[in-house]
Design a protein around this ligand. Structure first.
Ligand code: PAF
Length: 281
C-alpha cells in the first residue's frame, strides 16, 4: 500500500491510474470502513482511502482532541482489505492557511437532525470532502467513485446533492451499515463506551427497529411513535437528541397518509458518548 502524506505525492502516484475508487475516513477503522474498501475494489483501477480527522466538522466542545487515532492498526487493516493507496495528510498539508472558502449545504437539508444538534457539521464535512475529491480525483479520467457508509444517512445525502449540484463527475456509492452481532451499528465512537454502556447501546437500534415495525404494521401517528421512542430511551438512561420518521427523499416529516419511502433516524447520548443510527422502513 502506497502511503502519501502530501497532495503532491498523492497526485504523482495516482497519475498512473484512471479510475480511483475512494473511501474517505477519519481513521480508527472498523468493519464498516473495511467493507467500503472491499466494495470499492471492483469499482476502479486503484482503491484509495484517506485518514484525516477533520477539525472543521467538530464543535469546540466535541471530541476532536480525544478522537481515537490508531495509525498502525488502521494501516494493517487497510493493507489486509486490499487498499492500494492511503492518503494521510496532516492539518498543515490540507489546511495550510485558514480554510475561508467553504461548502455551505442548503439549510433545508443540512440544518435539521445532525445539523440542528451539531451546527456547522455539514459545512465541515462538505468542505473537507470537496477538498479530498480535488486531491484524489484530479488525475482521473472517466469513472470516479466515492464510497460513504449509510450509517451517516444525512451525510450521504448532503454529499450526493453536493456532487449533483456542482456537476462533479463522481459516482457516490453508499455502503450498508455493519453491525455487531447484537445489532449495534459499528462506529469509531463505540470505543468510548464502558462495558455496561456497551451492553445498553444496542437499545438505540432496537428502538429504531420497534419504530420501523410499527410503521410497517400501519402505524400512522408518527408524532406519538417518536415521543414513545424518546421516552423509552430516556427511561433507560439515555439522553436522546431525536428519534424521528422521515421521508427518504428529503428527510422531511411525511404528511398523513403519504406512502413515500421512509427512514427512521435516531441520535442519542449514552453517558458522554453520542451515537447515531437509522433504518430504512
Ligand atoms: O464519515 C466520516 O468519517 C467523515 O465525516 C468524513 C466523510 C471522512 C469527512 O471527514
Amino acid at each position: 500500500m502506497f502511503i502519501a502524506h502530501t497532495i503532491e505525492a498523492l497526485r504523482a502516484h495516482l497519475s498512473a491510474y484512471q479510475h480511483p475508487a475512494f473511501v474517505p475516513t477519519m481513521g480508527n477503522l472498523h468493519a464498516g470502513h473495511l467493507g467500503l474498501v472491499r466494495q470499492a475494489k471492483p469499482l476502479g483501477d486503484v482503491t484509495v482511502a484517506s485518514i484525516f480527522v477533520n477539525r472543521l466538522q467538530f464543535l469546540p466542545h466535541e471530541d476532536f482532541d480525544s478522537y481515537p487515532r490508531t495509525w498502525d492498526n488502521d494501516c494493517a487493516q487497510l493493507r489486509a482489505a486490499g487498499c492500494d493507496v492511503l492518503f494521510a495528510p496532516n492539518e498543515k498539508e490540507l489546511y495550510p492557511e485558514e480554510q475561508t472558502y467553504k461548502i455551505q449545504p442548503p439549510a433545508a437539508l443540512a440544518d435539521l437532525l445532525e445539523g440542528e444538534f451539531r451546527p456547522g457539521f455539514f459545512v465541515g464535512v462538505g468542505t473537507v470532502v470537496m477538498k479530498m475529491f480535488a486531491c484524489v480525483f484530479s488525475e482521473a479520467k472517466g469513472r470516479r467513485t466515492a464510497l460513504f457508509g449509510q450509517k451517516d444517512y444525512q451525510q450521504l445525502m448532503v454529499i450526493r446533492r453536493m456532487v449533483q449540484q456542482f456537476a462533479l463527475p463522481i459516482d457516490v456509492v453508499g455502503g450498508v451499515t455493519e453491525r455487531a452481532p447484537d445489532g449495534l451499528a459499528l462506529s469509531s465512537r463505540n470505543g468510548y463506551l464502558s462495558p455496561q454502556e456497551r451492553a445498553e447501546a444496542v437499545h438505540l437500534s432496537k428502538t429504531l427497529q420497534a419504530m420501523a415495525t410499527a410503521l410497517r404494521a400501519g402505524a400512522t401517528d408518527i408524532a406519538a411513535l417518536e415521543a414513545q421512542a424518546m421516552d423509552s430511551l430516556r427511561q433507560r438512561g439515555w439522553a436522546p437528541d431525536y428519534m424521528v420518521t422521515r421521508r427518504r427523499s428529503d428527510l422531511l416529516t411525511p404528511e398523513a397518509g403519504n406512502t413515500t419511502p421512509l427512514v427512521v433516524l435516531g441520535a442519542a447520548k449514552l453517558g458522554t458518548t453520542r451515537l447515531i443510527d437509522n433504518l430504512e422502513v
